[in-house]
Design a protein around this ligand. Structure first.
Ligand code: BG6
Length: 510
């Protein structure tokens, strides 16, 4: 097991939702799993006026996100965890100077022995990232002479290529790139990491992983929920910025990348950047028109319950042109992938919540069983990111009886069958990695910029394009009908069900 240094985690925006919903539960799991270092402290910092005890109540004792985990725990055991939590009120403003914060950090560091190792977690609006970094630097909290100093930065990382570049430059004025950890929680998912293992630890897949054998690649990310309480944020973002630029392009980079030399963070990240840089950037209006589809959900009834349309959601402009559905077809300009189309879609208010990668293999070069129906039964490798996590291979088998009728059969693996294995939550894994200084699962500056470089022209076209359209789809269906046009020559999208082995068309409305 890797060593975790004694350290202090300072969370900016600690009174916000992410801290209670994700960060504290992740830290609690690490506490239960005895993964925290001997001396460990969390210092919450934000503009709310809270005492240490009030903070502990809010994020632990009264937290709905920990309720089921802590109900049977003995008081002392839980106190062991809450005693690690402290809170500092930053006053009215994140941008006011941090003398008070710095003194508090030094005092706690002395008392708790956190060895001057500080991790700063930015869970604030992105406009505050650079001012916070500057303020930390002004009081010397970027200096690594005594103890390391690291930043974890939440998404969204930029709003466009230009804003991402500015943000990178802004942060790099005060912290060096190896000190900056840009979080993408999809990289914390076991099944996303398993893409690397599937490809590079098996000799049966990688030889086929190229244009000679792969017909097309399909990636679906669907959520059944709408924008929930985040209408204000989402309306300025949309599906392409919220999911595609980060989570889905991270998945794409793992599918597309060349084998790295080894498993060191920089080796893997170098290959991911190369992969992202090889995505063919769509420039002209016709290409953008033909290869991108955006849509918005409209009011509907799901299971007899009325569901609001996107424009009726709280915080959303009633004339909004923000997409809640995005489907993009693109090509990868390199030797391996020449001519192989990629189809990637993401949306809210779909029939079910599911994320999967489907590798569609070509039909056999020479077909012996021509009349057997094998044509439409190409081999598929389905890597299920969530839920019902696993891997499924579809292959042809002979139907018993005379002649050679071929049917498609399933070969499947489910993570749930690894009953003894504890699967860490994404934030748990990512926090522990950063605490140990392992940046493999964090996005590097050039990676983020390469992703924006691909996405920017699409956003620009959707905003200013002449013939650009916004389709509607009823909440609870698989997007607008026109989305099939994108994938037309190939047939259909695989509309997956809740279970990995469900066949397309199976529909769960939940
Ligand atoms: C977040 C997006 O990054 O990912 C949300 O901002 C989205 O809009 C969420 O709901 C999905 O994450 P997961 O892990 O539930 O697939």
């Amino acid at each position: 097991m890797k060593k975790t240094d004694n350290q202090m985690l300072v969370i900016f925006g600690a009174s916000g939702d992410l801290t209670a919903r994700k960060l504290i539960p992740a830290l609690f799991n690490l506490y239960v799993a005895k993964q925290l270092p001997k001396n460990f402290v969390v210092l919450g910092a934000s503009r709310s006026d809270l005492t240490d005890d009030e903070f502990r109540k809010r994020v632990v004792y009264k937290s709905p996100y920990l309720a089921s985990k802590i109900e049977d725990l003995k008081g002392n055991y839980l106190k062991g965890f809450t005693d690690m939590l402290f809170y500092e009120d930053l006053g009215g403003d994140y941008t006011a100077e941090y003398k008070g914060l710095s003194e508090r950090i030094s005092k706690i560091n002395e008392e708790k022995g956190t060895d001057n190792n500080y991790m700063f977690y930015f869970s604030t609006p992105p406009s505050l990232y650079e001012p916070i970094a500057k303020n930390l630097a002004d009081v010397g909290l970027n200096n690594q002479e005594k103890g390391w100093k690291r930043l974890i930065v939440e998404k969204p990382f930029g709003y466009s290529l230009e804003t991402a570049q500015n943000l990178n430059r802004g942060l790099q004025q005060y912290f060096k790139e190896p000190q900056i950890y840009r979080i993408d929680h999809y990289l914390g998912k076991e099944t996303v990491q398993n893409l690397l293992v599937t490809r590079f630890s098996n000799s049966i897949f990688e030889p086929l992983w190229n244009r000679n054998y792969i017909h097309h690649v399909e990636i679906t990310n669907a959520e059944s929920v709408g924008v929930e309480k985040r209408g204000g944020y989402y309306d300025k973002s949309g599906a392409l910025r919220d999911m595609f630029q980060n989570h889905l392009l991270q998945i794409v980079s793992l599918v597309v990348m060349e084998p790295p030399i080894g498993d060191q963070p920089e080796e893997i990240r170098n290959e991911k950047v190369k992969a992202l840089k090889s995505l063919r950037i769509m420039q002209d209006e016709q290409t953008l028109f033909d290869n991108t589809i955006r849509a918005q959900y409209v009011a509907s009834e799901i299971n007899g319950k009325k569901v609001k349309g996107y424009r009726e959601e709280d915080g959303v402009d009633s004339n909004s042109t923000t997409e809640t559905y995005a489907a993009i077809k693109f090509f990868v300009d390199n030797w391996r992938w020449h001519g192989v189309p990629f189809y990637v879609r993401t949306a809210k208010r779909m029939p079910t919540k599911v994320t999967e990668v489907i590798i569609h293999f070509k039909t056999p070069h020479h077909q012996i069983f021509k009349d057997s129906g094998v044509n439409s039964k190409d081999n598929k490798l389905i890597i299920r990111i969530q839920p019902d996590e696993g891997v499924l291979i579809k292959f042809g088998v002979k139907v018993p009886g005379q002649g050679f009728k071929v049917e498609r059969a399933n070969l499947d693996f489910y993570y749930s069958s690894l009953a003894q294995t504890y699967v860490m939550e994404a934030y748990e894994r990512l926090l522990l990695d950063a605490m140990q200084g392992d940046a493999t699962l964090y996005a590097r500056a050039d990676e983020v910029e390469a992703a924006w470089e691909f996405v920017d022209p699409i956003l620009d076209y959707w905003k200013n394009g002449k013939d650009v359209r916004m389709y509607g789809y009823a909440a609870g269906v698989w997007g607008p009908e026109n989305a099939d046009e994108l994938i037309d020559e190939l047939g259909y999208w695989r509309n997956p069900g809740q279970n990995l082995a469900d066949d397309p068309g199976y529909c769960v409305i939940c």
